[in-house]
Ligand binder design. Structure first.
Ligand code: GLC
Length: 734
């Protein structure tokens, strides 16, 4: 029996057992199950057959995690959301789970899951194929564990390196973030899972997130955060978009007519549905008329279930037209048909160990080598003793906290770390660097790093010291500063003093201050390394594979370099009142490297920066136009070193008269020593364009543009000028 048939039969049996259930009636003809029809047609057919009660059922999802409240409703897994079956129509129950790094709830096999590394790591790979493979992996796990919707696709920009959720996202540049997350969403949905793109929009801080107003000029918003969403949606075709908690210029995202109706649905042609965040609904008719299609977990997190009684009353009074109710349901059903959720799709058992390798590969592609003095790395496979210190490296690797935190199928090797309650628990993935370094290297010792003097002694007794430092971050709070916690700076200083051949591996949510930087030999950012992280770190440190990641965000020297040096109310246990609004007009669309360029500041490490174990030379850089007149850059990349590696030539454009450059394209080029390859890099038209608010369209002004070939946002290797005619790029709706 197919999965759908089984789930419908189960639901029918359960419903029939509920005496007097409205669903006990005989099933009806189901023309909508004809797969030869388009998703739109199938959706129209089923909406036409639905009663109002059935429609109101579909426009809200209940909180799935109901274990605490006694037995789950029939079919509900312990997920984030659940929609009961409608057996009369042959509609099975639907289960939703988080998130963008993997499946966070145990699911039908009652096991944990495999976690990708941080979204920042996947973005740092600068490789959409890595994102796509990661999406396919977590989509496959969601499918195999009984889910239908994966609350993934976080694409909020890194406007502030202290944002507690940066690890879920894809960095500061809209073209990179949109491209990477679009590829991930595409991969997820290839596994017959509905993916989301979230949190729409400009939910770029956690402090006060439920009420904070992100204030920004609408054009600057379009050219930054919304551009990332527009590209992710165009490239990934997500079945759903999740509106965010925050307000935008004073109006809640979940009831923002301009954002949801005008921009997302009318201008971008988005045909899927908008779900709210959990506790992100503040009205019934106002939200529904503004473009919100489904309330999530309102019975648990909203002041009332707005999409039930209040909306039914608005329907009765005529304030909320039936046509809009039908449109809401049609959008949901269309998505379910379009992504195969309601057709037979097998649920293969999860291949956890193969999935762990996918996670390992993602980190190998996205770890960023920031410093490597005197070729300290890679470590020698033989004849070199190594003292590993700190970071629970004998047990595993750190994960970020909150709704995206995956419980590793191999368990948590470091349980009980505070906070154990929300937004904790603080989780580790059972992929221990020590275990894998032992397999690859020679004599490897371990010191917990809790006592700097003892750690220094261990370091002095080895040829090389490798110190793991960690900084936990999580949803719901921002870190007040960029300092490493728990006296780890003192630990690194003591170790580096005892042994100048010191390597520091960072397991962080991104940039941290490193007062000891000049006194250590090497530094590698491993982000939150994921379920294959320990093995990936070992393989990178020993050169089995070479680091090839590039920073997807700017690494400031300190907080004073940021548009907002302080975040009012930041901190896990801060008692300070959060600000009512955040003024993003300070930087506007000039996020990250554009802020640094506009204000003539120099970051510690630039966007796009990263080292490897070999060297690359560029030659014959040229820019010409394709048949459609779009500019394309070309460059020959040569591996001039002695080991294999991958380089990321980047292309930045600056329109004449513009104050800042913008990333318009890049390539990830893997080469054996001595090999070379000529790559063609099409320039993203929207990186050349400005948004013309009066005309309501993107506009590339005629004129000359500087086209820079670069190794990072500040390390320019070549420059050409190209003259372009006026054009009006259109982003094709999927
Ligand atoms: C959370 C998050 C969202 C998540 C949802 C369900 O509060 O903001 O990303 O998908 O609730 O857990």
């Amino acid at each position: 029996m197919s999965d759908i048939a089984r789930r419908s039969a189960l639901a029918l049996a359960l419903a029939a057992g509920i005496a007097g259930s409205a669903h006990a009636a005989e099933p009806v003809e189901r023309p909508w199950m004809d797969r030869s029809l388009s998703p739109d047609r199938r959706a129209d057919l089923i909406v036409a057959a639905m009663t109002d009660d059935e429609k109101f059922r579909m426009i809200r999802a209940d909180f799935g995690q109901v274990k605490e409240k006694g037995p789950n409703p029939p079919g509900a897994l312990n997920g984030a959301g659940f929609i009961p079956a409608i057996p009369r129509l042959g509609l099975p129950f639907l289960n939703e789970t988080d998130a963008g790094l993997g499946v966070t709830r145990d699911g039908s096999d009652h096991k944990g899951a495999i976690s990708l590394p941080a979204g920042l790591a996947t973005a740092a790979s600068f490789d959409p194929a890595v994102a796509h493979a990661g999406g396919r992996m977590i989509g496959g796990e969601a499918r195999g564990k009984g889910y239908d919707i994966l609350l993934s696709g976080g694409v909020n920009l890194t406007r502030d390196p202290r944002n507690g959720r940066n690890f879920e996202y894809a960095g500061e540049d809209p073209v990179l973030a949109g491209t990477i997350v679009g590829a991930a969403v595409k991969g997820i949905q290839e596994r017959h899972i509905v993916a989301t793109v979230k949190h729409f929009a400009i939910n770029d801080l956690e402090t006060g997130r439920n009420t904070l107003s992100s204030d920004i000029d609408p054009v600057a918003l379009r050219e930054s955060d919304l551009l990332a969403f527009q590209l992710a949606i165009a490239k990934g075709d997500p079945g759903s978009v999740m509106s965010s908690y925050n307000r935008i210029n004073g109006t809640y995202a979940g009831e923002h007519d301009w954002l949801l109706n005008k921009v997302l649905k009318q201008e971008w042609g988005f045909k899927g549905y908008v779900m709210s965040d959990w506790g992100g609904v503040h009205s019934g008719a106002k939200a529904a008329l503004a473009g919100l299609d489904q309330e999530s977990a309102g019975e648990t997190f909203d002041k009332e279930v707005y999409f039930d009684k209040p909306l039914r009353a608005a329907l009765a009074s005529g304030e909320f037209p039936k046509a809009r109710l039908d449109d809401m349901v049609k959008r949901i059903m269309r998505t379910l048909f379009a992504h195969g959720i309601l057709d037979d799709a097998k649920r293969d058992p999860v291949a956890y160990e193969a999935d762990r390798i996918v996670a390992r590969n993602a980190l190998e592609a996205g770890a960023v080598l920031l410093r490597n003095e005197g070729g300290l790395l890679p470590l020698a496979r033989k004849g070199q003793s190594v003292a590993i210190i700190g970071g629970h490296a004998d047990k595993g690797v750190l994960a970020g906290g909150g709704s995206s935190a995956v419980a590793d199928v191999a368990g948590d090797p470091v349980p009980g770390l505070e906070p154990t309650g929300w937004p904790g628990p603080v989780r580790y993935h059972a992929s221990a660097p020590l275990e894998f370094m032992r397999k690859l290297g020679g004599k490897v010792s371990f010191d917990p790093g809790t006592d700097p003097a003892a750690a220094a002694k261990a370091a002095a007794g080895a040829d090389v010291a490798v110190v793991f430092v960690t900084k936990w971050a999580a949803e719901s709070f921002d870190t007040p500063d960029l300092a490493l916690p728990d006296n780890q700076d003192a630990l690194v200083e003591a170790v580096a003093k005892a042994n100048p051949k010191t390597v520091v591996v960072l397991e962080t949510n991104g940039p941290v201050k490193m007062p000891w930087l000049d006194r250590v030999g090497a530094v590698m950012e491993a982000w939150y390394p994921g379920s294959g992280g320990g093995e990936a770190i070992a393989r990178l440190l020993y050169g089995v594979t070479a680091p090839s990641g590039r920073l997807p965000l700017s690494w400031p020297k300190d907080e004073a370099q940021l548009p907002r040096p302080a975040i009012q109310g930041a901190g896990l246990n801060s008692k300070a009142k959060p600000a009512d609004n955040v003024d993003y007009n300070i930087e506007g669309a000039d996020v990250g490297y554009r802020w640094f360029e506009k204000t003539k500041r120099e970051p510690l490490f630039a966007f796009g920066y990263g080292l490897g174990y070999t060297s690359f030379a560029y030659s014959d850089f040229a820019v010409d136009k394709d048949a459609k007149g779009n500019p394309v850059a070309h460059v020959t990349v040569k591996n001039t070193g002695k080991v294999a590696g991958a380089d990321v030539p980047q292309i930045y454009v600056t329109a004449s008269g513009a104050a800042t450059r913008r990333l318009a394209g890049w390539a990830k080029v893997a080469l054996k020593p001595g090999a070379s390859r000529r790559v063609d890099i099409p320039l993203e038209p929207l990186a050349l364009a400005r948004y013309d608010d009066k005309a309501g369209r993107w506009h590339v002004a005629a004129g000359s543009y500087s086209v820079k070939l670069a190794r990072s946002a500040t390390d320019v290797a070549g420059e050409k000028t190209v003259t372009l005619g006026e054009s009006f790029p259109v982003v094709k709706a999927p």
